[in-house]
Design a protein around this ligand. Structure first.
Ligand code: ADP
Length: 242
């Protein structure tokens, strides 16, 4: 039995080591892409492309977009490492779920309208929760931004909250493209994307859902996802009221 246990430990250690290596490789790759682009376009501008105002404008726009992507990626990486090392400060506050959602859905509403989508917030009755508003905001923003990004024009995004005896429930659903069944189990992994090109297009870092899952676990909550291709996706989170 002793030998078997040691053997198991070794495989677990090897697996962890492999995961760490994969993560470093992924991060390097994700960082390299925007850096290469920023460097390439800056060099071309300095080599003479600046003479043409249109080209100049176009290249500078790309440089700005790629810088924003880098900034978002570094921000998400820092958040993830802070949550994982359990160093994230939690400032619990008593919140009214209705006013909390009203406050944060203003910017999301604009994002949805820009894509000709409708954002609906449904609260049967207001209730109080005790949470860190910044962390809850991060959870909702990540899920709703994804819903907007992966839903075509004309679609509908819904945010619903409800309460049961012991839990309160947050549901974010969309009428978007859906997630293939074989990918559902992996979308919470760092850098896992169903469609790399679309994720890039939407400015995604591939870390949003990993952050959401970690935050939910930090609150001892549970997150589940269901999806149907071409019909839409629903994320449901259960938080304990205590
Ligand atoms: P990304 O920055 O790529 O959006 P996330 O971690 O937020 O990274 O999501 C991981 C992947 O899960 C996405 O690349 C996308 O393929 C898929 N995904 C997430 N939310 C949705 C959704 N609402 N509808 C369809 N696919 C989604």
């Amino acid at each position: 039995i002793g030998v078997v246990a040691v053997f198991h430990d070794l495989t677990a250690i090897r697996r962890l080591e492999q995961m760490r290596k994969d993560f470093v490789a992924n991060v390097s790759h994700e960082l390299r892409t925007p850096i290469t682009s920023i460097r390439g376009f800056s060099e071309t501008l300095l080599d003479g492309a600046m003479q043409d105002p249109d080209t100049c404008q176009e290249f500078l726009k790309i440089i700005l977009e790629e810088s924003i992507r880098l900034q978002r990626l570094v921000g998400d990486l820092l958040d993830l490492s802070t949550i994982e090392s359990k160093q994230m400060a939690m400032n619990f506050e008593q919140l009214s779920i209705a006013s909390f959602l009203q406050n944060i859905t203003k910017t999301l509403d604009e994002q949805a309208r820009n894509k000709e989508q409708t954002l609906r917030v449904e609260i049967k009755e207001d209730f109080q929760i005790r949470m860190d508003p910044d962390r809850l905001k991060q959870i909702v923003l990540n899920l709703v931004s994804n819903a907007i990004a992966y839903t075509p024009a004309g679609g509908e995004i819904r945010v619903q909250v409800d309460q049961e005896e012991k839990d309160w429930i947050l549901v974010v659903s969309d009428t978007g493209m859906g997630i293939p069944e074989e990918d559902l189990g992996r979308i919470f992994e760092r850098f896992y994307r169903v469609d790399k090109a679309r994720s890039r297009e939407s400015g995604g870092t591939g870390l949003g859902l990993a952050i959401v899952k970690h935050l939910v676990e930090e609150y001892e909550g549970e997150i589940k996802v269901t999806s149907k291709m071409g019909e839409g996706t629903t994320f449901t989170i259960w938080f304990s009221k205590e």
